[in-house]
Design a protein. Structure first.
Ligand SMILES: O=C[C@H](O)COP(=O)(O)O
Length: 319
C-alpha cells in the first residue's frame, strides 16, 4: 500500500453531507441470503486453489496484538512475514517470491518491526487507544503522530462507536478527518468494530462517513469484539465502497479482520471481493486480511497441495 506499489490516487474525501448518510438503504434479509450462498458458489481446485492461496498470503496484514507481545515475538513474526512459505513449497508451486502485505502491531512494537523489516514491508500500527478507542482524543491524535514518527507507514485507527450508536455522524466525520490529517503520508485504515454497531444500516452509514472523511481503507473489526469479520458485514462494506467510488471517483480499500483463520474462509472472502468489487481490489493496495493465524493454515494447505499430506498445525508456527 505504500506509494511505490500503488498507482492509485489517495482518497481525498468528500465534504460532510448528512443527506448522503441518511440516503443509505440496506435490505438485511437479502444481504443475509446472499452472504449465506457465497461459500458454496465457488469451488477452486488444485493449481487454481494454490494460486489463490498464494494471493491470499500476499494480502495478509500479519498481526500480533497481545498484551504479552515482546520484541522477540515481533522479530519472529517479521521473519515469517518476509518468508511466509517454505522455499521448497514455493518452488513446487512455481512462485519465485512471496511475502505478506504488511506486519501489524501495537505502537510500542513499531520500532522492533521497523528494524526487522528494514523497509522491505510496511509496518502498520494500531493507534488511537486500540481496541476501545476511548482514550482522550488529543492523546489518540498524538499516538498516531508517534507511530508515524517511529516508522509506521500504515495506521489502523478505531472509531468512536458511541458516535454511531447515537447517530452523531458529524462527530464521527470530524474525528476521522482529524485522524487522517494526523496520519500525514501514512495510509489510514478505519476500524469500524462492526460487531458493536448494532445493525447493518449502521455499518453502511459508518462506512460512508469514514470514507467521506478520507479513510484509505475501511476495516471490519479489531479482533477483540465478541463478533468480528463476517460475510454479511463484508458484503455491506464492499457495496458501500462501490457506492463511494461512484460518488467520489476514489477507490477505498477493504480489510476484514478478526477470526479469519482458515484457508477456505480466505478463499470465500476473495471470491466475494472479486464478485463485488472486481479484480483491481485483489491487490495489497486495496485489500488486506487482518489475521494472526490464517497464514499457518494456508501454509498447511499448500503443503498438502504439494505433498498430498497434512502436517501438524504446530509445524507452521507464526510468531
Ligand atoms: O486486525 C487483526 C486482528 O486483530 C487479528 O485477529 P485474529 O487474531 O482473530 O486473527
Amino acid at each position: 500500500m505504500s506509494a511505490t506499489i500503488s498507482d492509485l490516487p489517495r482518497n481525498a474525501g468528500l465534504p460532510f453531507d448528512i443527506a448522503l448518510v441518511e440516503s443509505v438503504r440496506v435490505n438485511t434479509p437479502a444481504t443475509m441470503r446472499r452472504a449465506a450462498t457465497i461459500p458454496a458458489r465457488r469451488s477452486l481446485k488444485k493449481d487454481w486453489q494454490a494460486a489463490w492461496l498464494a494471493r491470499a498470503i500476499s494480502v495478509i496484514d500479519l498481526t500480533t496484538l497481545a498484551g504479552d507481545d515482546t520484541e522477540g515475538r515481533v522479530r519472529r513474526l517479521c521473519a515469517k512475514a518476509l518468508q511466509p512459505v517454505r522455499p521448497d513449497l514455493l518452488d513446487a508451486i512455481g512462485l519465485p517470491d512471496l511475502t505478506v502485505g504488511a506486519v501489524c502491531v501495537y505502537h510500542e512494537m513499531v520500532p522492533a518491526a521497523v528494524e526487522a523489516l528494514r523497509g522491505r514491508l510496511p509496518v502498520a500500527a494500531v493507534s488511537t487507544g486500540f481496541p476501545a478507542g476511548l482514550s482522550p482524543f488529543h492523546l489518540r491524535l498524538r499516538e498516531i503522530e508517534e507511530s508515524v514518527a517511529a516508522g509506521a507507514t500504515e495506521i489502523d485507527i478505531v472509531i468512536s462507536r458511541r458516535h454511531v450508536l447515537t447517530g452523531n455522524w458529524q462527530a464521527l466525520y470530524d474525528e476521522t478527518a482529524q485522524m487522517r490529517a494526523a496520519c500525514g503520508d501514512a495510509h489510514m485504515k478505519a476500524i469500524l468494530a462492526t460487531g458493536e454497531l448494532g445493525t447493518l444500516k449502521n455499518v453502511m452509514k459508518a462506512s460512508m462517513v469514514c470514507m467521506a472523511a478520507g479513510s484509505d481503507f475501511i476495516k471490519t473489526s479489531t479482533g477483540k469484539e465478541a463478533v468480528n469479520a463476517t460475510l454479511p458485514v463484508s458484503l455491506v462494506m464492499m457495496r458501500t465502497i462501490r457506492t463511494y467510488e461512484a460518488l467520489s471517483g476514489f477507490k477505498v480499500g477493504f480489510k476484514p479482520a478478526g477470526g479469519v483463520s482458515k484457508a477456505k474462509d480466505a478463499l470465500t472472502y476473495l471470491a466475494l471481493l472479486k464478485d463485488e468489487l472486481g479484480d483491481r481490489w485483489l491487490r495489497p493496495d486495496l485489500f488486506r486480511f487482518g489475521a494472526s493465524s490464517l497464514l499457518g493454515d494456508i501454509e498447511r494447505q499448500l503443503e498438502h497441495h504439494v505433498t498430498g499430506r497434512y502436517s501438524a498445525a504446530c509445524r507452521h508456527a507464526i510468531g
